[in-house]
Design a protein around this ligand. Structure first.
Ligand SMILES: Cc1cc2nc3c(=O)[nH]c(=O)nc-3n(C[C@H](O)[C@H](O)[C@H](O)COP(=O)(O)OP(=O)(O)OC[C@H]3O[C@@H](n4cnc5c(N)ncnc54)[C@H](O)[C@@H]3O)c2cc1C
Length: 372
């Protein structure tokens, strides 16, 4: 099977690069073996400033609306973190005291939303908080067998109006309502409709993974990619690559076996350690498909910071590339293999970090291929 570009890894980076290339008329395929960081996504794109027109259009054409405001967002444990570019249902505030009287609504039997930690954080920020519980059974909503965020979101998306009615009954003189982020899994408009239907500011607070806004983002980007004609090979894994004299000719996947995927160009977006884009032995960190050069600290004892909460050096390890993001192998660039996203670690500080770096590098790799 032959494509213009084959993309390895279908997380945020692979999908953004794929959409960019499909929009430019290229024929691409994405091979993606499984779960990716969007399943854990907070909804805020770290280190990305105001979105460019191109990026805002790319997302809004997929049905994902972004907003940009420098400020802080509420974290699942009641702390605050500086954030700017975010999905539209993620509230951003100029400072942590975003209300006076807060009604914090949890759900009976749902253990992945830490209302008491949240209340403590909000009180420390100067707000008074009442915690109340919705009993879905009593509200006539069939409760999912497993009360995890995704199952709950499926049940609540069909019943969000009942939730609004019940929250109205709980409301006194509160100026703010906090709800868990378990709305809008398949219909991105639901968080906005809930906001419009309630007479106080509504803030959706993060839950334990999986992340409902993250999975929604993944589905919408994947759908957009496929509408543009892209081929998404879900649940398949690239296990080998064929290279000759600095050129990648094809890759081999578990499911397609002898039917190699051939292309003019390839983009490596297989993520960092978390997604197995990088792997390690006690002696070294390596990239398993192409044997690309990897930047890491030679002394293993310096890979980790023993203090869990501190910055971890291994997060900065990544595949080495030239300035066009062409992957280096034994010091020389492979002519048609680019790397983008979290597999780069901190090797390109000019691109930023987190999801911001993933977006910038995905567009840059696609633009290098398009020679823009
Ligand atoms: C748990 C977690 C949460 C994060 N949350 C945030 C956040 O809220 N905000 C933020 O700014 N940044 C966050 N980040 C940083 C994160 O790296 C980026 O946000 C981004 O989503 C990473 O995207 P990616 O596509 O580069 O990699 P990934 O999302 O890791 O995707 C890589 C994909 O490649 C696939 N893959 C791997 N090997 C192969 C193979 N051989 N063949 C085929 N497919 C393969 C994997 O299965 C996976 O689906 C988070 C990172 C992690 C690990």
């Amino acid at each position: 099977m032959r494509f213009d570009t084959v993309i390895l890894g279908g997380g945020l980076t692979g999908l953004v690069a794929g959409i960019r290339l499909q929009k430019a008329g290229k024929e691409t395929a994405i091979v993606s073996s499984g779960q990716n960081a969007l399943h854990f996504f907070s909804g805020s794109f770290e280190s990305f400033g105001e979105p460019t027109r191109e990026l805002a259009d790319l997302f809004s054409e997929a049905g994902i609306h972004l907003h940009y405001q420098e400020g802080v967002r509420l974290m699942p444990m009641g702390t605050f973190r500086p954030s700017a570019l975010s999905l539209e249902d993620i509230s951003l505030f100029p400072n942590p005291k975003f209300g006076n009287k807060v009604l914090l609504v949890n759900i009976v039997g749902y253990h992945d939303f830490f209302s008491s930690f949240l209340a403590q954080g909000l009180e420390e920020a100067g707000m008074s908080v009442r915690i109340r519980f919705l009993n879905l059974m009593e509200m006539g909503i069939k409760t999912p067998g497993e009360m995890r965020s995704v199952q709950l979101a499926r049940a609540l998306d069909r019943n969000w109006e009942k939730v609004v009615q019940e929250v109205r009954l709980l409301l006194k003189d509160d100026d703010t309502i906090i709800l868990p982020q378990v709305f809008g899994l398949e219909d991105a408009s639901i968080p906005g409709r809930i906001r419009q239907s309630l007479p106080a500011q509504v803030v959706f607070a993060g839950t334990l993974p999986p992340s409902v806004p993250g999975i929604r983002t993944l589905h919408l980007l994947k759908h957009r990619y496929e509408v543009l004609g892209g081929t998404y090979l879900m649940g398949d894994e690239v296990v080998q690559a064929h290279l000759h004299e600095g050129v990648v000719h094809s890759v081999v996947t578990k499911n397609l076996g002898q039917h190699y995927l051939e292309a003019e160009n390839f983009i490596l977006c297989t993520g960092s350690f978390f997604s197995k884009g990088l792997a390690s032995t006690p002696e070294k960190v390596y990239e398993p498909i192409f044997g690309a050069d990897v930047s890491f600290l030679p002394d293993r004892s310096s890979w980790y910071n023993p203090s869990f909460a501190e910055k971890q050096p291994y997060i900065g390890f990544g595949v080495c590339t030239d300035e066009c993001l062409k992957v280096l192998k034994e010091g020389a660039p492979l002519s048609n293999l680019y790397a983008a996203g979290s597999i780069l670690g901190a090797t390109h500080p000019e691109l930023g970090m987190g999801a911001g770096m993933c977006l910038r590098s995905a567009l840059k790799a696609a633009d290098s291929i398009l020679e823009l």
